[in-house]
Design a protein around this ligand. Sequence first.
Ligand SMILES: NC(=O)c1ccc[n+]([C@@H]2O[C@H](COP(=O)([O-])OP(=O)(O)OC[C@H]3O[C@@H](n4cnc5c(N)ncnc54)[C@H](OP(=O)(O)O)[C@@H]3O)[C@@H](O)[C@H]2O)c1
Length: 418
Amino acid sequence: MLDLAARAGWRGFGLVEPNPMVGCVLAREGPGGEPRVVGVGHHRRFGGIHAERDALADCAKRGEPGGARGSTAYVTLEPCNGHGKQPPCVEALIEAGVVRVVFAERDPSATKGGGSDALARTGIVSRQSLVSAWASRLSAPWRKHLATGLPWVIVKWAQTIDGRVATGSGDSKWISAEPSRRMVHALRGRVDAVLTGVGTVLTDDPLLDCRVGVPRTRAVRVVVDSNLRTPLESRLLKTVSKSGGSEPGGVVIACTSSVFARDADRVERFKRAGVSVLACERDPTKPCAGTEQVDLADLLRRMASQHHGLGRNGSGVQTVLVEAGPRLIGSLLRASLVDEIVAFTAPFALPDSAARPASESTSQQSPFGLIHDGRGLGTFRPGLARLVRGCDDMLTTWWRDPNNSGRTSRSAAPNQTE
Ligand SMILES: NC(=O)c1ccc[n+]([C@@H]2O[C@H](COP(=O)([O-])OP(=O)(O)OC[C@H]3O[C@@H](n4cnc5c(N)ncnc54)[C@H](OP(=O)(O)O)[C@@H]3O)[C@@H](O)[C@H]2O)c1
């Protein structure tokens, strides 16, 4: 039931942020004791009704005799217990006569949490269940942002079956098939930010926007570029409106604070082109002057804070999609800053001894071997593994499991971009 609730909640991806995605299923015991679904709902848009009320409305629409009275509510997040843009869900569940609530993750927020205790005080049995990894994953970006001030980082790459993401000369655009690329565009149209490295900008000259279907949001595009090498004539910069880089769809270039101070002319030229330049701390693991690089944890913290006006309505970036080369991905993995990996694998090998792996300067050359022997990516748990509809690419996902319980259920794996 929680898997089913998670599947419903995914439909809000890109529409509900900075709120969490939430799904709810109402079920009642059938004559033989088997559970029977009487209502399904999800949080549909920021400021709109919550999943529990949406499920109750669905139950009413189905014309269930007795409505939701006597049913169990399965919710991916503890029902809220405070007034915000909507009244508390706890009240709606009590009024509807729900007798039991099973929720996946606790609501850690000071103003809305405590719903489970409030339900228990009225005699409703309420308990947490971590049995559904998908239900837990659903609110993970929101909970991480709240708890750590960092965004949820999804790293995406396309690789050959032998784990290569580019030829030795840097060519990579041919690896994944059209249907896989469409899925990536859909992802871009749902996250708050798309992050890349200057290496990819110099080689591929990408746009990193969503050009397939209707984007649900326009992600800000961020280039990690310690020394401000991004060409002013790059396609990224040519598609920036003059209103500023932190605008939806804008471009932000992240350099080190010493380069920012030293290279005021170039910073000014970027600003005139409508690009925001973000001065970040220097990566302490790359000590010598002249080779200094951006401290990625500091960059992500700045992106997530409200101070820089990024993310939905300037509330800070909650979800980042990384589309970069092996250097940046290697640094992110080494610094344990990656929460989720989305890999598209094409069904052919690359006979090029200089071809590059997905992640460089780390022992984690490819996650595939490491997953199985339990080292390296041991803190990541497998999510999806399936063929991409319409082509022969394989889509595989992993995410960092904060509860680290080794759960393996994939039964209700929803399509993250549908
Ligand atoms: N198959 C795929 O899915 C895919 C996707 C994207 C790219 N690619 C391929 O990847 C290749 C480019 O990869 P790349 O590794 O050269 O470039 P990259 O990872 O996109 O960017 C690396 C650059 O980022 C900058 N950077 C700043 N701070 C950093 C930090 N803390 N750690 C690491 N890098 C930092 C560095 O330049 P500074 O020191 O100057 O800042 C570094 O050279 C291209 O061939 C492209 O086609 C493939």
